[in-house]
Write a protein that binds this ligand. Structure first.
Ligand code: ADP
Ligand code: ADP
Ligand code: MG
Length: 451
């Protein structure tokens, strides 16, 4: 078993992984920026190394500094969390050259799934349905117009290197295309250093349903049910996720699970990963992309399967066999996660920064908090606004929704604005409570069209 792991991340996910290490008797090394000196992840790790000034490029994304921290600390392995270096093949390669294990998939699998065009190709080869669209990247807007004409409007322009909802634009008619192509491409170039775009059919009012997979280095792989993530903000970023998707027929769940495993195995995947799908109103599913890392919303899967994903990731990276087969995986109860962010609902969700003067977190049976925040902690402008993930578990969806309502009622943060008041309203809506929603729900809720 690996004895010492460096966590190349910050915030709640660094805390999550550090805890997982401690539970397995593995020493943990945190890295932190000068702005994160007081973050909980620094306090709960066995050791901590400063990797630079506040900005991400100076610290968490400073490859030389992070690699130096690995060497100084003598870590045998690195867990990348999500974001940052988690899906950068060059990071895994650099670690390998230093003889340090990467807690994640093989480099080739990261590369195959790293861009949406090659990921879709892999899915087609693995006999998995994909959203109809261009074959690979489209060179320019003239070409995009042709493809859009063929597949029919509305269409979606998407950054090939995309992630986190950036570089995505919906186009409803030919006269909009050129303008939106330019803005999407500029956003893609700025966010990912690549302006490569693809185009696909916009699936109207779909559900976002994703499958968690995990495999070992001996060729064993299982799927751990699905997560429903259709509650997304205006920028296609997930806000509230749940597992299971109560209305998914068992045969579709099985078909999606088996497709996900097939796609993952076709690129030699190992360790934890997520295959994302869109599901239309007739329960037809289409491959979207594969995220080759631990996902933000992984706790809802843990809650309904009883499986600790971080433990499994560390064991698999240590060379252990997957301790379960598909028959061992059973889904029980219902779990929901709400992302608590430092964003002001009264100011168009603008980021809010400064000192958290009061922090009263919810508790009770079936309530789980994942956070790096506490009263006295300062939220800096450098990072993602995620403050905490509030996860609840109930016997069924109705009980989980009630628990979430109750927990959000308890949750009070002072000193900075958060999205908690908005989440309370959203959860209380008819559409959310009855589970009758799709990816267009939040935009329609915000405009007053949906209640
Ligand atoms: P997931 O697909 O795991 O739900 P999202 O789609 O919400 O993740 O986010 C996509 C990306 O946004 C992540 O891979 C990460 O790059 C970034 N991200 C989201 N939250 C954070 C955070 N708290 N810190 C750093 N990066 C984040
Ligand atoms: P990212 O890498 O930014 O996560 P995804 O391809 O996973 O990008 O898409 C993010 C979200 O955008 C999806 O969850 C869905 O809500 C929406 N979306 C993506 N592709 C389509 C599509 N073809 N039709 C309709 N909505 C889509
Ligand atoms: Mg996605």
């Amino acid at each position: 078993m690996i004895k010492k792991v460096l966590i190349a991340n910050r915030g709640e996910i660094a805390c999550r992984v550090i805890r997982g290490c401690r539970e397995l008797g593995i020493k943990s090394v945190a890295i932190f920026s000068e702005a994160d000196r007081e973050s909980l992840h620094v306090k709960i790790a066995d050791e901590a190394v400063c990797v630079g000034a506040g900005s991400n490029t100076d610290s968490y994304l400073n490859l030389a500094n992070v690699l130096m921290a690995c060497q100084i600390s003598g870590a045998e392995a690195v867990h990348p969390g999500y974001g940052y270096f988690s899906e950068r093949a060059n990071f895994a390669v650099a670690l390998e050259s230093l003889g340090i294990k990467f807690v994640g998939p093989p480099t080739a699998a990261i590369e195959s799934m790293g861009d949406k065009a090659s990921a879709k190709k892999a899915a087609v080869l693995a006999n998995c349905p994909v959203v109809p669209g261009s074959e690979g990247a489209v060179p320019n807007d003239t070409e995009a117009l042709k493809v859009a004409e063929e597949i029919g409007y509305p269409v979606l322009l998407k950054a090939v290197a995309g992630g986190g909802g950036r570089g995505i634009r919906r186009v409803d008619s030919p006269d909009e295309l050129s303008g939106l192509w330019k803005t999407a491409q500029a956003e893609a170039q700025a966010s990912f250093g690549s302006g490569e775009m693809l185009i696909e059919k916009f699936v109207v009012a779909p559900r976002h349903v994703e499958i968690q997979v995990i495999g070992d280095s001996f060729g064993n792989m299982v799927y751990l049910g699905e997560r429903e993530c259709s509650i997304q903000n205006l920028r296609h970023q997930k806000l509230v996720e749940e597992a299971p998707y109560a209305d998914l027929p068992d045969d579709v769940r099985r078909a999606m699970g088996e497709s996900a495993v097939r796609v993952a195995q076709s690129v030699g995947y190992q360790n934890a990963g997520t295959v994302e799908f869109l599901v239309d109103s007739e329960n037809k599913f289409y491959f979207l992309e594969m995220n080759t890392r631990l996902q933000v919303e992984h706790p809802v899967t843990e809650e309904i399967t009883g499986i600790d994903l971080v433990h499994l990731m560390l064991k698999i990276a240590s060379g252990e066999r997957l301790p379960i087969t598909q028959e061992d995986v059973t889904l029980s109860g219902h779990a929901i996660e709400a992302r608590i962010t430092a964003q002001d609902p009264d100011k168009d969700f603008a980021p809010s920064t400064g000192c958290i003067t009061g922090w009263r977190a919810p508790g009770g049976r079936g309530v789980r908090m994942e956070t790096h925040c506490y009263a006295g902690f300062s939220v800096s402008p450098f990072y993602d606004p995620l403050l905490a993930k509030l996860i609840v578990r109930g016997r069924d969806r109705a009980e989980a929704v009630r628990k979430l309502e109750s927990a959000l009622h308890e949750f009070e943060v002072e000193g900075i604005a958060t999205n908690i008041p908005f989440l309370r309203r959203l959860i209380a809506s008819e559409g959310y409570r009855t589970g009758q929603f799709d990816t267009s729900f939040v935009p329609r809720f915000l405009s007053g069209e949906a209640v």
